[in-house]
Design a protein around this ligand. Structure first.
Ligand SMILES: [Zn+2]
Ligand SMILES: [Zn+2]
Length: 135
């Protein structure tokens, strides 16, 4: 499958026993097939793992405001929905296949939504900032 944001080819990554399609070495977004997101016991933990293990290509330009198409269904646009566990977070869901696309920043928001992971969060954000400075 192709990344709906940057057209990189998505790689299958296993996280918390669930296989997801990750835009590794691209924009860092993740595709969850229908119910995969719900299958995760602790989505904030999984999001944290992904944040630490994703390699992002900071050189690519991505328009995060653009409405993306489902990588699974031809010509179907994803609809913005509220993340069930935290309605301040918007996720992109396909109304046909039920899959969900999370941008890297949304993973970060899911992770941040849990106050107990604030420390780990800081570690990730400082690692990201270091990466940015090296560019
Ligand atoms: Zn991508
Ligand atoms: Zn779909």
């Amino acid at each position: 499958m192709e990344c709906p944001r940057c057209k990189n080819s998505l790689k299958i990554v296993s996280v918390d026993g669930v296989k997801v399609d990750a835009c590794q070495d691209g924009c860092g977004g993740i595709w969850f097939d229908a119910f995969e997101l719900e299958k995760m016991d602790q989505p904030d933990e999984s999001a944290g793992w992904l944040l630490e293990n994703m390699r992002i290509d900071l050189g690519i330009e991505v328009d995060f405001k653009k409405q993306v198409e489902c990588p699974h269904c031809d010509g179907v646009k994803l609809m913005q929905q509220k993340y069930p566990a935290n309605d301040r977070i918007a996720i992109d869901k396909c109304r046909v296949c039920g899959g969900v696309w999370l941008d890297f920043g949304e993973l970060f928001q899911i992770r941040s939504a849990n106050p107990s992971t604030a420390e780990a969060n800081q570690r990730v954000s400082s690692a990201l900032l270091r990466g940015l400075k090296n560019c």
